[in-house]
Design a protein around this ligand. Structure first.
Ligand SMILES: C[S@@+](CC[C@H](N)C(=O)[O-])C[C@H]1O[C@@H](n2cnc3c(N)ncnc32)[C@H](O)[C@@H]1O
Length: 405
């Protein structure tokens, strides 16, 4: 832990000594308060207001308290073992053997990953765990919702339809899309903790009859054939160990003529596997996000077609990421300071990391929590680098159709 403190603090202490001293005092005081106080989250979407201190709410809310009995330290170690050699030596986790190990262990990999990061994601990003193209003048939240409403429009969602969300997280997209379209949405996530939080949010927002999350694997969906009018996935099937099998499941549960829309994480045509810098960034994204390996657009579309779908449209929604009219999808992760999004910035992340590390030392946060925050900090940099170089996009969009009988 001391190593991790050093690593993150050396440059900060040198340049921002007053800010660091103030932060540490605040941390010390809040730790004392926290040891006796439990925080009740309202789960109305307003719990995290954008300050680094909100991390306290994660550590002391009743859901986290129950969930943290899981051995976080072992989950981190188990997770790390699936990425042996990552970051230490470029190319080590791109070997067939390394990828196969993660593909074979995907359930453990993804479940552990989301046990570890779900609260951090929610605190840092909100209830929708995805990126989106953003126009100048558009707020972060508007851009996230626009990506979701875009899906609604491309899938023609409307009242009376039954829709599947594959890899629903804590259900941010599911709820926004249900409110927008009037459709009923079933979500599935492999992570039990997300199900319990997601369904609390559904009830809290008056959507319990319209939105339902359940635990399960999108490689083997627990619904009979022809159950849904439409299906979608938002930045989730990047975790699939076998996209053809995953998309075949979407195909099976869709009614004939049903549409499947997806935002996929891919490496773009600019990615060059023989360029060590590109491979370093790609591997950093994989280890920091619980991915077996990143695919190309061609590989994704080949899997969609192999599953039986007709591809109606496919493009990178971030193709114009560096147009003067757009704000890059990765911008919230860069160092630019904005008070509303402070916790996502470089300094905000450092302060969060400091907080978590101290909370761990004070035994408020479980052992290993500091490592998680470190993993997320490191991969934020990879995502920004991948986005800047345009070798990676989280928003490769496609819409595909299950042919009529
Ligand atoms: C980046 S999150 C996106 C969540 C959600 N779509 C959103 O945008 O807020 C990826 C999600 O995929 C889920 N997931 C990954 N692999 C899965 C699998 N094999 N079966 C079901 N869900 C899975 C994770 O549990 C997580 O909820």
């Amino acid at each position: 832990m001391l190593e991790s403190i050093n690593e993150f603090f050396k440059p900060v202490v040198a340049e921002h000594s007053v800010a660091v001293a103030v932060t540490l005092s605040v941390i010390g005081l809040t730790v004392v308060v926290l040891r006796v106080r439990r925080v009740n989250l309202r789960r109305d979407g307003m719990d995290y207001k954008g300050t680094a201190a909100d991390v306290l709410k994660i550590m002391k809310n009743s859901d986290f308290e129950a969930h943290k009995d899981k051995d976080v330290h072992s989950s981190v170690s188990e997770y790390a073992s699936l990425f042996t050699g990552a970051r230490a030596s470029v190319g080590r986790i791109s070997t067939d053997a390394s990828i196969k190990t993660r593909q074979a262990n995907y359930q453990k990999l993804v479940t552990n990953f989301y046990d570890l990061v779900t609260d951090f994601y929610e605190y840092g990003w909100g209830q929708s765990f995805h990126f989106g193209p953003r126009w100048q003048g558009e707020s972060f939240v508007e851009s996230i919702k626009r990506a979701e409403y875009h899906l609604c429009s491309r899938l023609g969602l409307k009242p009376g339809m039954r829709v599947l969300d594959m890899g629903c997280g804590v259900g941010g997209p599911m709820r926004n899309m249900a409110i927008f379209s009037g459709a009923k949405i079933d979500g599935i996530t492999i992570n039990e903790y997300q199900v319990s939080i997601g369904n609390k949010y559904n009830a809290q927002r008056g959507l319990a009859d319209q939105c339902q999350a359940r635990q399960g694997d999108f490689q083997n969906l627990p619904w009979p054939a022809n159950s849904f009018d439409a299906a979608f996935a938002v930045e989730a099937t990047c975790h699939s160990p076998d996209k053809r099998m995953c998309f075949s499941e979407a195909f099976r549960v869709l009614k004939p003529g049903g549409l499947f829309g997806n935002y996929e994480w891919i490496v773009t045509d600019k990615f060059d596997a023989s360029n060590p810098e590109h491979t370093r960034i790609k591997e950093g994204i994989e280890v920091g996000n619980g991915l077996p390996t990143l695919a190309t657009a061609e590989q994704v579309l080949a899997a969609v077609r192999a599953a039986g779908f007709e591809v109606l449209d496919a493009y990178d929604a971030n193709a114009d990421v560096h147009s003067p009219h757009q704000i890059p999808w990765y911008e919230p992760l860069t160092g630019k300071l904005s008070w509303s999004g402070f916790r996502m910035t470089w300094l905000g992340r450092i302060m969060t990391h400091a907080f978590v590390t101290v909370l761990e030392a004070a035994r408020i946060a479980p052992t290993g929590t500091g490592k998680i925050s470190g993993i997320l900090n490191a991969t934020a940099i990879d995502l920004v680098e991948g986005g800047k170089a345009e070798i990676f996009t989280p928003s490769f969009f496609f819409v595909a159709r299950k042919p009529d009988l």
